[in-house]
Write a protein that binds this ligand. Structure first.
Ligand code: EPU
Length: 429
């Protein structure tokens, strides 16, 4: 298993290109199930989750091709993916694949829309929480789907086809919004989704669906209205930049000090994060090419932050912010309200000398004068990158084990940070 070794203490200077968003690329790829024509996706990040989803989609009959050459030869352009679901050959998504990536559960809506039936494994819990799928199921039931649970599988049928309906989610769910929106695109009549997720990735998927001929309005707000159409066509779409990768590198620069240009990053995708980082004392400016992040030698101010659905502070940046606040001058309070078990990085940060006390959904982080490198273990994707940030700030060497978590969501992390002066290397064992 690969490990990453970091020798902390270097300021970061240079340019980091921001990749396409994992959490938009995955549902966009799944949307290819909705048409027999080809969907071409540009700026797709080269990640383990993308490769796994390609395998899952192939299992349903999707032909996939990745344009081999990376433009400019500098490795900083995303992949171009062509996906063609001419015929759906299998409407079952097996446990062995779904358990490895929860987002693959989102094939349920598109398979139902296209074939009128689907059998998709329940994903099960994961390291960051129980993560139920009840909202996906009740949302699809409102579109006329019959649902049975059998042997750990959701067995869903729309005998008379999908019909539009009113879906009022009691809680904001990104995945349930994607699932219902994709299904409703091919349902008969109008669907209204209330309390929809407003995440930019939902708007990006809706924009691609509209290019395919769907009639979706309001995506990116809490009310989405969909007029169902008979069929969808091929389209070409460019995946929006990854706001979580943007926030992560912004926090890395805030942690080490320095001056880095995040090429292709967009401030409108992470308003709450920019506010919090500015409050902490980080300089952020936006140009038409991206975001510039700088911190001189001055200390970091502590912050009080609560994670929330977009446009609030994202749960996917909570661990990284916590790593940063380990060195702030005072007490930070971080509340995690989205997932119940997303503090596993706390114990690992403590190994570097962090002072963090957790009570329920609240973590109190008392800034310390220095962190000392240590051997730590990644527990999930975002937790693992928080350990990288902590390692960059710490004195001496930090080794992060179980790096496969990182590879699920960060493209060429060592290369991107290394090109800005970080001492970071991957150890193959
Ligand atoms: N929830 C339910 N019932 C449901 C669905 C969700 O109770 O049927 C709960 C969840 O347990 C959680 C909350 O609702 O407490 C929000 O979950 P959501 O459904 O929004 O999460 P998701 O769609 O499974 C996506 C991202 C996550 C990100 C969350 C929240 C993708 C592929 N995943 O997950 O990203 O944390 O939204 O923004 O888009 C990551 O990239 O590291 C990651 C975990």
């Amino acid at each position: 298993m690969d490990r990453i070794r970091i020798t902390g203490g270097q300021h970061l200077h240079g340019t980091i290109p921001i990749s396409g968003a994992k959490n938009a690329a995955l549902p966009l790829m799944i949307a290819s199930l909705l048409t027999s024509d080809t969907i071409t996706l540009k700026n797709v990040p080269n990640l383990a989750d993308v490769s796994l989803l390609i395998r899952i989609l192939r299992n349903h009959g999707v032909d996939t091709a990745v344009d081999g050459k990376r433009a400019n030869g500098n490795g900083h352009q995303g992949d171009t993916l062509h996906l063609t679901a001419r015929d759906i050959v299998d409407t079952t998504a097996p446990y062995d694949l779904v358990r490895r990536m929860r987002a693959s559960f989102w094939v349920l809506g598109p398979l139902l829309a296209r074939e009128g039936k689907a059998r998709v494994s329940l994903p099960g819990g994961c390291a960051i929480g129980t993560r139920p799928v009840d909202l996906h199921l009740t949302g699809l039931q409102a579109l006329g789907v019959d649902i049975d649970l059998d042997g750990g599988y959701v067995v869903a049928k729309a005998r008379n086809g999908l019909r539009g309906g009113i879906v009022n989610f009691p809680k904001v769910s990104v995945g349930a919004t994607h699932n219902v929106m994709m299904a409703a695109a091919l349902a008969k009549g109008e669907t209204v989704i209330e309390n929809a997720a407003c995440e930019p990735e939902v708007a990006d998927v809706a924009s691609c669906l509209n290019k395919m001929g769907a009639k979706i309005e309001g995506a990116g707000t809490s009310t989405i209205t969909i007029q169902g159409v008979d069929h969808l066509e091929g389209a070409t779409h460019t995946v929006l930049p990854d706001r979580i990768e943007t926030g992560t590198y912004a926090m890395a620069v805030a942690a080490t000090g320095g001056d880095v240009y995040l090429e292709g990053a967009r401030a409108d995708l992470l308003p709450a994060v920019i506010d919090v980082l500015r409050e902490a004392g980080v300089e952020i400016s936006e140009t038409n090419r991206g975001l510039r992040i700088a911190r001189n030698g001055s200390g970091l101010n502590p912050v009080t932050v609560t994670t929330a659905p977009f446009p609030g502070f994202p749960t996917d940046l909570q661990a990284q912010l916590m790593a940063l606040m380990c060195r702030a001058e005072g007490l930070s309070v971080i509340r995690e309200t989205i997932f119940e078990n997303r503090f596993m990085h706390v114990q690992e940060l403590a190994r570097l000398g962090a002072d963090i006390a957790v009570t329920g959904e609240m973590a109190k982080v008392r800034g310390v004068a220095s962190l000392r490198g240590a051997e730590v273990m990644a527990t999930d994707l975002r937790a693992s990158v928080s350990l990288v940030i902590a390692g960059l700030m710490a004195e001496g060497d930090t080794t992060v084990n179980r790096v496969y978590h990182l590879d699920r969501g960060f493209e060429r992390l060592e290369e991107k940070l290394g090109s800005c002066g970080a001492q970071i290397e991957r150890l193959h064992s």
